[in-house]
Design a protein around this ligand. Structure first.
Ligand code: DOR
Ligand code: ZN
Length: 354
């Protein structure tokens, strides 16, 4: 048995408010605990999106009633909230900027809107950007113009990690995360994910891109699931929404890679705990840890998961390493396949909105 710290996932979609048939704060945090995560940072592309005081208040109210693990809620950068959002900065996980094709209406194309947000959002509070390819280069430039850090979400391609590497070598204030599906899948896996199942943003990339992520592991600060639950019926529809559930498969996949010698246990701890805690300035969770059996062999099956999305792109995949028990603030919140943490046990890691 091995003990890990309570893991932090800086990128999850809880779907509440607005789409609780996909996930809600209760089912999503069940999935988190089953996956070894005791902190989730929730994305703002809900319905309605979280962009101002009433919507942030509403999302946090739902979370306080239903979350089973600790959390913070991102605020979304919209076309009209650059001046009002900063007053909510301390109460949010950070500002999320959608600068490329995504799910939901929160996309900013005009770079002068990006500039308004960069000029006003407090430099000490995180900005996370969904920015691919050349938008990534642009947002890294913009962060430097405003002399503040930027965190790049779900890096997936060779040209992106090479750019981030070059930026870090120059001392620029950029951090990044990679999602397990970009580390463990590529376009060749789409054959096994028919129809809309394989839809995800950023898209699954080429084998060369996947390999470049592994070769540049040293420049990857965080592993983030981008847990983006949609139902099978939605994924099978003519206009399938992009996104994969990931909370319950991330750690087993990473432990399997560790078992194969592709990375060390310390690589997992730094990217799922130490670095996200530093980048997002999260408090320590006292008396909190995850017990794993690093040798347990099992196969991933969606039927055994807690996420309401009820499918996984890793169906049937053999893995080594299993979460046995999760302790959160002295309480056993997960044990042997059962979530024991109750709705409302989770705490907001930021001060409440008054
Ligand atoms: O695949 C994705 N799904 N990428 C995103 O950027 C958004 C996410 C979602 O919310 O479903
Ligand atoms: Zn996302």
């Amino acid at each position: 048995m091995l003990r890990l710290p309570g893991l932090i996932d800086p990128h999850v979609h809880m779907r509440e408010p607005g789409a609780v048939h996909k996930e809600d704060w209760s089912s999503g945090t069940q999935a988190a605990l089953a996956g070894g995560f005791t902190v989730v940072l929730a994305m703002p592309n809900t319905q309605p999106p979280v962009i101002d005081t009433p919507t942030l208040h509403h999302a946090l109210e739902l979370a306080s009633q239903k979350a089973r693990c600790d959390y913070a809620q991102y605020l979304g950068a919209g076309p009209d909230n650059a001046l009002s959002a900063p007053a909510l900065a301390a109460h949010s996980a950070g500002l999320k900027m959608y600068l490329d094709q995504t799910y939901g209406p929160l996309r900013l194309d005009d770079m002068t809107l990006w500039m308004e947000h960069f000029a006003n959002w407090p430099a000490k509070m995180p900005i996370a950007a969904h920015a691919e390819g050349r938008s990534m280069a642009a947002v890294i430039l913009m962060a430097q113009l405003f002399d503040r850090p930027v965190h790049i979400a779900h890096v997936s391609r060779r040209e992106e990690i090479v750019l981030i590497r070059a930026a870090k070598e120059k001392g620029l204030k950029v951090s990044c995360e990679v999602s397990p599906h970009h580390l463990f899948l590529n376009k060749n896996d789409l054959a096994a994910l028919p129809g809309g199942l394989g839809e995800v943003r950023p898209h699954l990339a080429m084998l060369e891109d996947q390999q470049a992520l592994w070769e540049n592991l040293a420049y990857i600060d965080c592993f983030a699931t981008d847990h983006a639950p949609h139902t099978l019926a939605e994924k099978d529809s003519p206009n399938p929404p992009p996104g994969f559930p990931g909370l319950e498969t991330a750690l087993p996949l990473l432990l399997t890679a560790a078992h194969a010698g592709r990375l060390g246990m310390e690589d997992i701890i730094s990217r799922c705990y130490t670095n996200p805690r530093r980048i997002f300035d999260l408090p320590e969770q006292p008396e909190t840890w995850v017990e794993i059996d690093p040798d347990a062999a099992w196969d991933i099956h969606a039927s055994k998961t807690f996420t309401r999305s009820a499918w996984t792109p890793f169906e049937g995949q053999p893995v080594r390493g299993r979460v046995i028990r999760v302790i959160l603030r002295e309480q056993i919140v997960y044990q042997d396949g059962q979530v024991l943490g109750q709705p409302g046990y989770g705490q907001n890691l930021r001060p409440p909105v008054l």
